[in-house]
Design a protein around this ligand. Structure first.
Ligand SMILES: [Zn+2]
Length: 65
């Protein structure tokens, strides 16, 4: 049994930690992922920038393009 074999799966899991969601509503999952409050995890009703309705945390606009 080889003891030094390490698969790169761990790194990939960390890179792509999003849960697999089979539900398709015609949009990219990233469009709602950025609505998730970083403080409490609540999903905002509209795209950022917006304040979290639950805790008041400001969700910054995603400019990652
Ligand atoms: Zn919040």
């Amino acid at each position: 049994m080889p003891g030094g074999v390490r698969r790169p799966s761990m790194a990939r899991m960390a890179e792509d930690a999003r849960p697999a969601d089979p539900v398709e509503d015609g949009g990219d999952p990233a469009c709602w992922l950025r609505r998730v409050c970083p403080a409490c995890g609540r999903l905002a009703d509209v795209d950022p920038p917006v304040r979290c309705a639950a805790c008041g945390e400001l969700l910054p606009a995603d400019q990652d393009d």
